[in-house]
Each structure stands twice: as C-alpha cells, then as structure tokens.
Design a protein around this ligand. Structure first.
Ligand code: ZN
Length: 349
C-alpha cells in the first residue's frame, strides 16, 4: 500500500492552560514518552528553578540538571550526562529548551518542552538556535514529543518577552510574502500546508485588541508559536517563518550582539521588509506592533538608522540560499539608506 500523504512529526500532546504544570507527572507516566521513568529534567535560570521545585515531588526518579546559557557546548555537555535516561524534560525559556532539544536529539531521546515564557517560536519547532564560537546558529533537531505551556508562569514573565514572541509570530506574514515572491520570481516550490499553519497563527494575533495581560491573548500567542513550529516541520525548513525579517535580525546579531530580543529585531525587520515590498501588510502590521508597544523602528532596538542600514546591507549574506525582498531589490548601501530614511519618516509620527 503506497503512502498517500506526507507524515509530519507532531508533538503527542500540546497543553496550553493555567495550571498545566501540575499534570507533568501524569504526562511523564505515559509510557510513550518515558518507558521507565528515568527522566532527565533540564532547568534554566529564572522561573525554571521555581518550576523545578514545584514538579520535583511528582517526579520521584528524575535527575535534575541546571544549564546556563544557550551554547552548543552546554548542549554537548548535557548530552554526555544522558546515557541512562529514557526522556528529557526541558523547563524554562527558549535557550534552555533549545539546549535540551539539541542534547535529546544527539542521544535519540524524546524531549518534553515545558515553556515558562513565550519569547519565540522555538517551543514546538524542529529547530534549535544555539551559540557556537560566539555566533548564533540554527540546528535541525527532532520535534518535542510533548509541549506544555503553563499560563500561570507565562503571565509572570516580563512584557518584553511576550512582545518578542508576538514579533516572532507576526513576522511569519512577512516571511510568507517573501516566500511567495521567491516562488513567483524564481520558481521556488511554495508549500501551501506550511503556509496555512504559519499564517493562521499570525493572523489570529494581527487584529486582536486585547493586550498582553489578557489570558485569551496569551493562549492565542502560545498557539501561534506552536503552529509556527509545525509549519517549519511541514516545510522541512524555517522558510515559512523566516525571510528578510530574520536575515536582518541575524545581521544585527552578528554586527551588534546583544542589541535586543530576537522577536523585537524580527518585528522591525518584518515591518521594514513589508515597507520595501509595498504590500498591504505594512499598515496592519505597523498598527499591531504599535498597539502592543512592540518595536517598529531601529531606535526602538537601540540602533541608529546608520547601524540599521549596515545590518540590512549585511542581511542577505546571513542566509545565502534564501531569496527575499532584499535579494530581489539588491539595493546598494545608498539605496538602502534612502529607503531606511523614508521608512523611519513614515512611522516616526
Ligand atoms: Zn524567529
């Protein structure tokens, strides 16, 4: 019997709600996730430690590992400790989850992602963003087998982290416009399923009028980030969630490390890319970012216009195989300076 549909790796469970953490013990007793209960719990700094204290009583046989930073080195060290375990649970923010994902992939163990913040779309994605040699790189890893988002913890994280998650989710709309452009101009295959997943999450946030303090908003944000992860799994690449917006952010990371959060940088990148494409997204995306107090201009990231010009000029080199509005226009530095000036004028009101 031929296989008549594609298979997409998906988490067995996705649990987004207040109090979700209390069910972690039950989740891990599911024999499909941990057959022997020999679980390695990987905890990051910040809220991860509180969560670890809360779940410790329910995980009698678990061993706890503290990880600092999001480096390949930390992930390899962790992988070395994982020989006698049958599952890995990452508890914390994006960096901790990415370290746990990478180590679990290296050792072939299932990985449960327990997110305590919603800062980017890595919570349910087959991608880990880790530092190697001082530079951030994206690595393909296996999809988490279960995703838990406890809104009681998410509500307590800094608004900047939530704005970052919002920026990352909304940037999908710009990434998809770049993908459509690449399809039109270069005949690059465009995957309608991946696009549907990436777009529906972002669209669910685009026109919301409630704010980051609303539980319904946080549920929509968590679901949008999960859908982004599935979109990348469906596409087999980050293409549905990463275009010029992310190229610009990668260039900012390279030129000016530590500038702003990933989501703030890709939000500005997405809005600028939309300005370059002169598409309908410009107005709604600008309004959504303004409504939630998210970054729109270089100075919101702490960059001068000239620094932003340099990042945009550098951006195409960060992903040489990707075709976006930046590669399409192929502006020289004077051309970029001119467009950045008009862009800042347009939103500097
Ligand atoms: Zn991103």
């Amino acid at each position: 019997m031929p296989l008549l549909a594609r298979m997409i790796p998906c988490p067995l469970t996705v649990d987004v709600r207040s109090g979700a953490m209390a069910s972690l013990g039950t989740l891990l007793s599911d024999g499909r996730i941990s057959s022997q209960g020999q679980v390695a719990v990987v905890v990051g700094p910040g809220q991860g430690e509180q969560v670890a204290a809360a779940v410790r009583p329910a995980l009698a046989n678990a061993e706890f590992y503290a990880v600092e930073g999001g480096t390949v080195e930390a992930a390899l060290r962790l992988a070395d400790s994982l020989r006698s375990h049958d599952a890995v649970v990452g508890i914390g923010g994006g960096r901790t989850l990415d370290v746990a994902k990478y180590a679990a992939s290296m050792t072939g163990l299932p990985m449960v992602a327990v997110a305590t913040s919603l800062a980017h779309d890595g919570i349910a994605s087959p991608v880990a963003s880790l530092e190697y040699d001082g530079r951030k790189q994206s690595y393909g890893v296996q999809m988490p087998i279960a995703v838990v988002v406890d809104l009681d913890y998410v509500r307590r994280c800094a608004p900047e982290q939530l704005r970052s998650g919002l920026g990352d989710a909304l940037s999908n709309l710009s990434a998809l416009a770049d993908w459509e452009l690449a399809s039109r101009e270069r005949g690059e295959p465009f995957d309608g399923l991946a696009a549907a997943l990436a777009r529906s999450g972002a669209e669910s946030l685009l026109r919301r009028t409630d704010g980051l303090d609303s539980v319904e908003f946080l549920i929509a944000l968590a679901e949008a980030l999960v859908l982004s992860g599935l979109a990348m799994a469906a596409a087999g690449s980050s293409r549905p969630c990463s275009g010029a917006c992310h190229e610009i952010s990668h260039a900012i990371d390279g030129l000016y490390p530590g500038t702003a959060s990933h989501g703030a940088q890709v939000a500005v990148g997405a809005l600028f890319a939309s300005f370059l494409r002169e598409d309908d997204l410009l107005e709604t995306l600008g309004a959504a970012l303004a409504r939630h107090g998210a970054a729109r201009l270089p100075r919101d990231l702490g960059l001068t216009n000239e620094q932003f010009v340099a990042a945009v000029a550098q951006a195409p080199a960060t992903r040489p195989d990707r075709y976006t509005i930046l590669e399409h226009l192929a502006l020289d530095e004077d051309g970029i300076r001119d467009r950045v000036g008009s862009y800042v004028d347009a939103f500097d009101r």
